[in-house]
Design a protein. Structure first.
Length: 142
């Protein structure tokens, strides 16, 4: 009987503490705003890596003051976006120079634009967008 109770308790704890995107608790928590950083900790023109509910993300503030929260890995060749160059309007990947805006949309793909201007694939290479909001000097994501 004690083994069954311990097993049931372990299952309940797992249900409550696993918050990745493919878990029950992760799906529930993603319905609500979550604080991810304090605004004053991020200066314009900087980016920093974050791990939130099992996901690797990059938070940045571009030179116009807009915050962005995008996947940590570039959709092109998976480079670490936290090492990217923060520009006037967005974050540029440091590997091949693709530029993404705060919604994760690819704005520029140097060389790709010149080599294959007819290709539409660039339009589909968006990082997953993250909703973000500033409340009481904290960064939030949903
Ligand atoms: S890996 Fe980011 S642009 Fe190529």
């Amino acid at each position: 009987m004690q083994v069954e109770q311990a097993t049931a308790m372990a299952e309940r704890l797992k249900l409550l503490t696993q918050t990745g995107p493919d878990t029950d608790m992760g799906r529930l928590l993603r319905k609500f705003w979550q604080p991810v950083a304090v605004s004053q900790d991020l200066q314009a023109g900087t980016a920093r890596p974050l791990r939130v509910m099992g996901e690797d993300l990059t938070l940045y503030k571009d030179l116009s003051g807009t915050y962005g929260l995008v996947d940590r890995h570039c959709p092109h060749r998976r480079a670490d976006t936290s090492y990217g160059f923060v520009e006037a309007c967005g974050l540029r990947c440091n590997y091949h120079g693709w530029l993404f805006d705060q919604t994760g949309r690819c704005l520029e793909a140097p060389y790709e634009d010149a080599a294959a201007p007819q290709a539409q694939s660039i339009q589909n290479q968006c990082t997953r967008r993250r909703s973000r909001k500033c409340r009481a000097r904290c960064r939030w994501r949903r």
